[in-house]
Ligand binder design. Structure first.
Ligand code: MG
Length: 157
């Protein structure tokens, strides 16, 4: 059996916060605001996996009203989502992730982001696609960073 899922998220850019995307610390004057580490890319990815499994979304799993998730490392939350996936006997077929940002330029960080996600899934890097785009100054990106993701999961049985 195969299952597909999609996820979408946006966080606001603010001073005095780190910018962490796919678990990679990106040098930037501005970072993303959020209850957790605000890794918008991993949030969209987790929602895609949960969507594929019809398990709701990260807001249901890791409520931001719960103090245990304050400043949470989103890669640790991703490990828990991967555990839920594997518990249901699914494995990653492939994932495709698009980060929407006017700034900073992300191209040179994409290899590290792909490696970080491939390590989390313990999968081959060829199964992990990370892309970055701008909105030509026309959209939300600028005040923030958005991300959207699609995943295909394959049943291990
Ligand atoms: Mg989020």
């Amino acid at each position: 059996m195969i299952r597909i899922g999609t996820g979408y998220d946006v966080h606001r850019l603010v001073p005095e916060r780190k910018l962490i995307l796919c678990g990679v610390d990106i040098p930037s004057e501005l970072g993303l605001l959020g209850h957790s580490d605000a890794d918008v890319a991993v949030h969209a990815l987790m929602d895609a996996i949960l969507g594929a499994l019809a398990l709701g979304d990260i807001g249901k799993l890791f409520p931001d009203s719960d103090p245990q998730y304050k400043g949470a490392n989103s890669m640790k939350l991703l490990s828990r989502v991967i555990f839920l996936m594997e518990e249901r006997r699914f494995a990653l077929g492939n994932l495709d992730l698009t980060i929407i940002a006017e700034r900073p330029k992300l191209a040179k960080h994409i290899p590290a982001m792909r490696e970080s996600l491939a390590a989390a899934f313990r999968c081959d890097i060829s199964q992990v696609s990370v892309k970055a785009t701008t909105e030509e100054g026309l959209g939300l990106a600028g005040a923030g960073i958005g991300a959207q993701s699609a995943v295909l999961l394959v049943s291990a049985e």
